[in-house]
Write a protein that binds this ligand. Structure first.
Ligand code: 9MG
Length: 276
């Protein structure tokens, strides 16, 4: 299975790793613009050298409780980074993590080949922007919004409800002119789900794969890992690797992570088992 990302192709015949490149101010040590760009390019180079198949660049935090950022702020954070990565000769496909149509358009013009939207293209103008851009899209499920999503999320059946939502978003995409071959599905671990709902979803992840489209998961360092381990965000590597392994064994095609090299090693062992 191949995913066309603008003028590049992601080979999904084996699971691949998406490296997280956040360009929110807390991801830089001193906040200086030049230093920020320099740091971002250096980080991109590191993710690439560790084996990331695609880089996910985001300028707005989607953590629970995160404040939204303005369009201008988001554009100023992400577009120069995409341009600098390309100028530096790093050719890894780029995914833009955004829900804003203007950011989608500008990022694709700067070289992004995938739109990763935690709002599944529900913001006004987003479906049209993604259709016009002609790139791959990741539709993620979220109940509520980042500010309130952890306030008592409710489901009839978590996996079933998410599949129903994703079916509706696929239909909206197809109607807007985004072909199925360009769509990736993501159940949205941690986005409007209790820890119990997150683990039910992980246990049932195979069901998302039955929808016939590539599956992306983001589990790396999330609070569902911290809750089981009673560990802070810096102490969640081994738990995140366990979750990545379970996801891959359950059919995930793209795993979005912070720790690229370690996750690739874990996936190689998974693959050895899956191909035995
Ligand atoms: C931006 N972002 C943070 N977590 C994510 C996840 O689980 N999936 C996707 N697609 N994006 C995410």
């Amino acid at each position: 299975m191949n995913l066309v990302c603008n003028n590049q192709t992601l080979d999904l015949s084996r699971p691949v790793v998406m490296g997280v490149l956040n360009v929110t101010p807390d991801s830089f040590s001193d906040g200086g613009r030049y230093a920020s760009l320099d740091n971002a390019v250096q980080h991109a180079r590191q993710l690439f050298s560790e084996g990331a198949a695609i880089l996910d660049i985001g300028g707005e935090s989607t953590r629970p409780g995160a404040e939204p950022v303005s369009l201008d702020q988001e554009l100023q954070r992400v577009i120069p980074v995409i341009e600098a990565i390309r100028l530096a000769g790093i050719t890894t496909p780029i995914s833009i993590d955004t829900s804003k149509p203007e950011v989608m358009r500008a990022a694709v013009a700067a070289g992004a080949g995938m739109i990763n939207d935690v709002c599944a293209l529900q913001q006004p103008g987003a479906l049209q922007a993604a259709a016009d851009a002609g790139v791959a899209v990741c539709l993620m499920h979220m109940q509520g919004d980042p500010q309130k999503m952890q306030d008592n999320p409710q489901y009839d059946s978590v996996t079933g409800d998410i599949m129903h939502f994703l079916e509706q978003r696929i239909a909206a995409c197809v109607e807007a002119g985004i072909p199925r071959e360009r769509i990736v599905l993501d159940p949205g671990f941690g986005f409007g789900k209790t820890q119990e709902q997150n683990y039910t979803l992980l246990a049932e992840l195979q069901r998302i794969g039955t929808m016939g489209l590539p599956v992306l998961v983001g589990l790396s360092r999330k609070s569902m890992i911290g809750a089981v381990l009673d560990a802070g965000v810096d102490q969640r590597l081994y738990g995140s690797l366990a979750a990545a392994v379970i996801a891959v064994m359950s059919g995930a095609n793209i795993v979005r992570v912070h720790d690229v090299g370690a996750t690739i090693d874990a996936i190689k062992v998974c693959m050895a088992v899956m191909m035995a």
